[in-house]
Design a protein around this ligand. Structure first.
Ligand SMILES: [Zn+2]
Length: 483
């Protein structure tokens, strides 16, 4: 059935949406016909203007045809100039602006990618994320495999339609979640490794639940204790059914405690898995007709070792991936260098995603050294605990002084929360365990990061990136703020 009930989609297709989300690809003749039929007015859109394309076929798809790879490409705009301090070869600074074109719309980069782990931002509707100027959302293949199951999302017409998100989507491969069960750690960036050496280190009090072999990973589900198996082929099968615009190859995540010998073995294994992911991705793209093209990014591991990161980057660059994911454990001080080492090996035409970034200074370091997109769970997770991001650092709203503070969460912020609600009220809601407290705090924190990346993008195009970076970081960390 080709009946659209989507007023928003119509607006986007006619180019009246914000400049952030004009479509990259031209309408095919059949799409234009469908569009004309919608415009002529069946009356359906008036009855249900807010249900986004529920009955429309997925954007960018052609019945009976495999996904068209030409719908995904990166267009580079402004690049930072090289300087003697540049971390890349010959002082290269890879920071840049550009546009990632996907079948579900464009992503203007550098861009912040909010994390909707289980196909939902906790407490915030996708319509609100649109208002915050979010361009895309990232979900978790492992969690969606556990529930509701990839088959249900496939039947619903893919992730974007399932969650009513009118824009591009990402899924990670599930490798991070599966392998985190092995070490018992949830977080790898900026890990404190003092005194830790063993390959089998387990976080205190945590049971090891995942085991790696040459073919894949066997693990126990944290949800129900069932035993599962993930491999390159299984991850590709799940991610194809989930149907995000951008997927990641299945890789082995190591921690900073693994020995150098293990890291070497691991990147070679990740390279073998990467080749298998590409083969399976190509097979599924050809086999699953009538679906939009899904881009596949290879992931570079190698922990803190420059030579291993460079080797892994060359391996991933030698394969026909659409983009690259910078993953795994990295000490905070090496985040910028690691991005530059990887960019040294990577063709400029491939977009680069930094997986799971956490802090404002890390974002500047990654942008300057070539990161295009960044996902981060921190704004939503912190919001639920009452931690509020502002230009002057992060504060906890539950401080006693906020009980009678009838100003906004952040003076001068343009978000819905700050223009309608007070600190005192949000503090009250969070203390009372009211869901609206988390919702209002999340709206503000997500807007903080989206706006930060919007500002950074404008500063690169406008030639004042260094000024913005220095002023932002000096102000943000002036009061000793962490994160
Ligand atoms: Zn705000």
């Amino acid at each position: 059935m080709d009946i659209s009930t989507d007023a928003t989609t119509n607006t986007a297709k006619t180019g009246k949406h914000t400049t952030v989300r004009t479509r990259g690809s031209k309408e095919t003749p059949s799409e234009a016909t469908t569009h004309a039929r919608q415009q002529s007015g069946s009356g359906v859109s008036q009855l249900a203007p807010s249900t986004s394309g529920l009955l429309e076929r997925p954007r960018g798809s052609e019945p009976g045809k495999p996904g068209d790879r030409s719908q995904f490409y990166f267009e580079q705009h402004t690049r930072l100039s090289n300087t003697p301090e540049g971390k890349g070869r010959n002082g290269a600074r890879y920071g840049r602006t550009g546009v990632i074109h996907t079948p579900h719309g464009d992503i203007h980069t550098p861009a912040f990618v909010p994390v909707a782990t289980q196909a939902a931002m906790k407490g915030v509707l996708p319509e609100t994320m649109k208002e915050l100027n979010a361009q895309c959302l990232l979900s978790n293949a492992f969690h969606l495999f556990e529930r509701p199951g990839e088959d249900i999302i496939d039947e619903a017409g893919g992730l974007a339609r399932f969650e009513n998100w009118d824009g591009p989507t990402f899924t990670d491969s599930g490798g991070f979640q599966v392998l985190s069960l092995g070490a018992g750690f949830k977080k790898t960036l900026a890990m404190d490794v003092t005194g830790m050496k063993s390959d089998d280190v387990i976080a205190k009090g945590r049971e090891r639940k995942a085991f790696v072999d040459e073919d894949g990973v066997t693990f126990k589900s944290p949800l129900n204790g069932n035993k599962h198996r993930f491999s390159a082929e299984i991850s590709m099968g799940i991610q194809h059914k989930i149907g995000a615009d951008i997927m990641f190859a299945f890789d082995e995540l190591t921690t900073l405690m693994n020995t150098r010998g293990y890291q070497e073995q691991s990147i070679e294994r990740t390279f073998r898995w990467a080749k298998r992911c590409i083969a399976e991705h190509e097979r599924l793209t050809q086999a699953r007709l009538g679906k939009p093209y899904q881009a596949l990014y290879g992931v570079v591991q190698g922990a803190n070792y420059e030579d291993l990161r460079r080797r892994a980057a060359e391996q991933i660059a030698s394969l026909d991936f659409d983009g690259v994911g910078i993953g795994g454990a990295i000490e905070k001080r090496l985040i910028g260098d690691t991005c530059a080492w990887i960019c040294d090996a990577m063709p400029e035409s491939r977009p680069r995603h930094v997986l799971g970034i956490a802090a404002v200074d890390d974002i500047f370091a990654c942008v300057e050294n070539g990161g295009d997109t960044f996902d981060c769970v921190a704004p939503a997770r912190c919001a639920r605990n009452g931690a509020i991001y502002t230009r002057d650092g992060r504060y906890n709203i539950r401080r006693a002084a906020n009980k009678r503070d009838f100003g906004p969460l952040e003076e001068g912020c343009d978000c819905y929360t700050c223009t309608h609600y007070t600190r005192a009220y949000v503090d009250h809601l969070l203390r009372a365990g009211e869901m609206n407290g988390a919702t209002l705090a999340t709206i503000h924190n997500e807007r903080f990061f989206i706006r930060l990346l919007d500002d950074i993008r404008a500063s690169i195009d406008g030639g004042y990136f260094e000024k913005l970076r220095d002023e932002t970081l000096a102000r943000y960390y002036a009061h000793g703020s962490k994160g």
